[in-house]
Write a protein of this length. Structure first.
Length: 593
């Protein structure tokens, strides 16, 4: 521990393995240091220190009783020397105040009256809990044959498409059997046709529940094959965990006590007024059988962990019991500290933060709705204030979120929003292929629901479309992989601009620096001057420097603080720069960045 002054201390802890760590802060009166400080002052002032020497002898004798072996004998000898009045004061002081004597005494302090803070906890996670790039897809829409229900095998056959873009997490919505009762039809209609596949989050049918696979997607062997193929391409498979049931789930008949019943005896279905989810029954965490329910839910995680799945996106965890998460996440991590949990919780910040403290490694955020320069800078500041335990992940779209900006902003909006997500946060993701193919049609005006949403029907995607953003996304993800500055930290350095439609910021990790400039107006060319904090960038203000745009491979020569930028939404509305120039260290040596 390092004393910083004014009653403030700092301690650095370096866990050497994954998992939960606990520590306490202990404090006690340092009798030796107190004695040493006092006797030094009195000796310098010429004050009689005979009593202080006797006190010192007692302190060394007490330390000798706590020590063992040679240390005990050395401390006892020092105590005798301090108490020996036949020696001169100088000789006694020299023995008692020498560096070796002081180090020996400090090694055996009197902690009989120490006080303790109580236990604190930290969790050591693996790298991907901090830095990961997610790609979400519905396997049922990945058949190459029009009108056919896709399978795990279809996804595996086209897996290079995702891997080549640079994503390292392949996330699948629920893969379980889908209920037939109150099944929703296309565009969330209440009456489903014979060929409507239903909503994957309406889990459970005659084919099983949360530990089973929808037979239309394939078999457990097909899932294993997909997982292995993804890992061979540098990706991990992530599964959706949604603790809710269709009316056809086996638990409904086997454990009716796990569900909330109305006065008329029927089970309460899910609602989020004005939305109704007749095809979904929420679980009742106030059940009279919490032990049975909790054990069953833990069993769901255990089942898929046994299949070597280590990443879970958890649906609406804020609508479940906090005590359940406080119990189940540490319980899982006892044997599997490498498991990662992503919280899909769009709710009040305090609740989102509480879930992080319960053990969720990452959390969705409100990034999708932060569009202006002020909103983005303020939001990043808010997130930085809690980043020691709350890890935000930025998603510009999800199957439930099609913002007005993406509906109306065209190609430029899709590019700029992904650049922002991928460079502001170490963790980000997209729902594809809807994103790279710029799916922007809302269900109706004012809605954020997709028209012909994959949640309710099988879609067909032209992955080789000429207008695809595949190449741009690949370049952005390549930058994320190559630059540690984009893999750490949630608080960039924002640099002023004279145009409110242009945002400029940099991120840094050691000597790796990335500078980002984005046009926030998807409809018009914007230009202006950026005012760079050269010291934050490590640039010598007396030297010219070059900036290299990783998105276009263009290079520009810049000079000083103020530099002109012009970004056209008809092309690439953003710069992701690395900087090459001469900088000077405190020692006066030049180096390149």
């Amino acid at each position: 521990m390092e004393f910083l002054g004014n009653d403030r201390w700092r301690v650095n802890l370096t866990p050497d393995r994954l998992g939960l760590w606990q520590f306490e802060i202990a404090g006690w009166v340092d009798q030796f240091e107190t004695w040493l400080s006092g006797i030094e002052k009195k000796a310098e002032a010429g004050v009689d220190i005979s009593v202080e020497l006797e006190i010192g002898a007692a302190l060394f004798a007490s330390a000798a009783d706590r020590a063992k072996g040679g240390d005990s004998r050395s401390l006892a000898s020092l105590a005798e020397s301090l108490a020996d009045k036949s020696l001169s004061r100088t000789e006694r002081l020299t023995k008692g105040m020498g560096a070796d004597a002081a180090a020996l005494a400090r090694a055996y302090p009197d902690r009989s009256r120490e006080t303790r803070s109580g236990r604190w906890q930290i969790v050591a996670d693996r790298e991907k809990a901090v830095h990961s790039t997610w790609y979400e897809l519905f396997p049922r829409s990945w058949s190459k044959k029009g009108g056919e229900h896709g399978t795990f095998a279809d996804v595996e056959a086209r897996l290079d498409y995702v891997a080549d873009m640079g994503f390292d997490v392949l996330y699948l919505p629920p893969i379980h059997p889908i209920g037939a009762t109150y099944r929703k039809g296309a565009n969330n209609t209440l009456e489903a046709g014979e060929d409507d596949p239903g909503v994957p989050w309406a889990i459970g049918s005659e084919h099983g529940g949360h530990t089973d696979i929808n037979p239309e997607l394939g078999t457990i062997d097909d899932l294993r094959s997909l997982r292995v193929a993804a890992e061979a391409r540098g990706m991990e498979l992530a599964l959706d965990i949604a603790f809710q049931c269709s009316p056809d789930h086996p638990w409904v008949t086997e454990h009716p006590e796990w569900f909330r019943h109305r006065p008329d005896g029927t089970i309460q279905y899910a609602e989020n007024p004005p939305k109704k989810y007749q095809d979904i029954y929420p679980l009742d965490f106030e059940t009279e059988d919490p032990e049975g329910l909790w054990a069953a839910l833990e069993g769901v995680f255990d089942h898929w962990i046994d299949e070597d799945i280590r990443i879970f996106r958890v649906d609406n965890p804020h609508t479940k019991s906090f005590p359940f998460w406080d119990w189940v996440i540490p319980e899982i991590r006892k044997d599997h500290p490498d498991v990662i949990f992503l919280a899909e919780a769009f709710t009040r910040p305090a609740v989102m933060h509480r879930l992080a403290k319960a053990g969720f490694n990452q959390s969705y955020t409100y990034f999708a709705w932060r569009s202006t320069k002020w909103e983005l800078t303020q939001y990043m500041s808010d997130l930085a204030a809690v980043s020691d335990y709350f890890r935000p992940t930025f998603w510009p779209n999800t199957p439930d979120i099609l913002t007005e900006e993406l509906q109306t902003g065209g190609r430029a909006a899709f590019i700029s929003r992904y650049v922002l997500a991928a460079t502001l946060s170490p963790a980000c993701g997209i729902y594809g292929p809807a994103y790279e193919l710029m799916e922007h049609r809302p269900l109706r005006e004012g809605s954020e629901e997709y028209l012909d949403s994959e949640k309710y029907q099988v879609r067909q995607w032209d992955l080789d479309g000429e207008d695809s953003l595949q190449r741009v996304i690949t370049r952005v993800n390549k930058a994320r992989r190559a630059h540690r500055a984009l893999q750490r930290g949630w608080e960039p350095t924002f640099h002023p601009t004279d145009n409110e439609m242009i945002i400029c910021y940099s991120k840094q990790a050691d000597d790796d620096v990335v500078l980002v400039v984005v046009n926030l107006d998807p409809h018009h060319l914007q230009s202006g001057w950026v005012q760079l904090d050269l010291s934050a960038l490590g640039v010598d203000p007396e030297q010219r420097y070059s900036v290299h745009d990783l998105l276009t491979d263009r290079r520009y020569q810049w000079d000083g603080q103020h530099n002109f930028v012009q970004l056209d939404p008809a092309g690439i509305p953003a710069h992701v720069f690395t900087i090459r120039g001469r900088a000077r260290t405190e020692e006066g040596f030049d180096y390149f960045i």
